[in-house]
Design a binder for this molecule. Structure first.
Ligand SMILES: [Zn+2]
Length: 163
């Protein structure tokens, strides 16, 4: 039996976690996506490459979910969302500032932070008790995974594999 993240051999009686073998060392660097499939931080970072992940959010609940997830600070796994850049601006019609359509939040998520953000959105960290924000975060994280090239079972298939 081998850990699905680091490929090290684990004891034969190691219990499966969400259908996968994962060693104690790698376990804190995994999360479950919307279909309860286990994904490793390493897979997310490999799909992301070396560049920050960019996205523009205009949905108020999605913005709230990201803010809530970031504001958790250092979590029980001693992980934090760092090295990211968030900026918000108002969208106007015909340049008239009084006609505000919505707020756009531009997000630049660092390589270190992306898997942590995804895990928190899937877990609803920071959105406890608010179903709308929890659902928006879950659905946002699902689309982010798809943009990165993961299918709905959490396997990396590449961006082309999803067409
Ligand atoms: Zn491992």
């Amino acid at each position: 039996m081998k850990c699905f993240v680091c490929k090290k051999t684990v004891a034969d009686d190691t219990e499966l976690r969400f259908g996968k073998i994962v060693c104690d060392g790698c376990e804190p660097e995994t999360f479950t996506q919307e279909n309860m499939c286990l994904v490793s931080y390493a897979a997310i970072r490999e799909a992301q490459g070396d560049e920050p992940h960019h996205m523009s959010l205009t949905d108020g609940n999605e913005v709230a979910a990201v803010i809530a997830a970031v504001n958790v600070g250092i979590d029980s796994r001693l992980q934090a969302i760092t090295g990211c850049d968030f900026s918000a601006g108002k969208r106007t019609i015909d340049g008239k500032p009084e006609l505000v359509l919505c707020i756009t939040m531009e997000c630049s998520i660092s390589v270190e932070a992306l898997p942590v953000l995804l895990r928190r959105l899937f877990d609803g960290n920071g959105a406890e008790g608010d179903k709308e924000i929890f659902d928006a975060g879950m659905s946002l994280a699902g689309s982010m995974m798809m943009v990165l090239g993961f299918d709905d079972t959490g396997n990396f298939v590449g961006r082309e594999g999803l067409d």
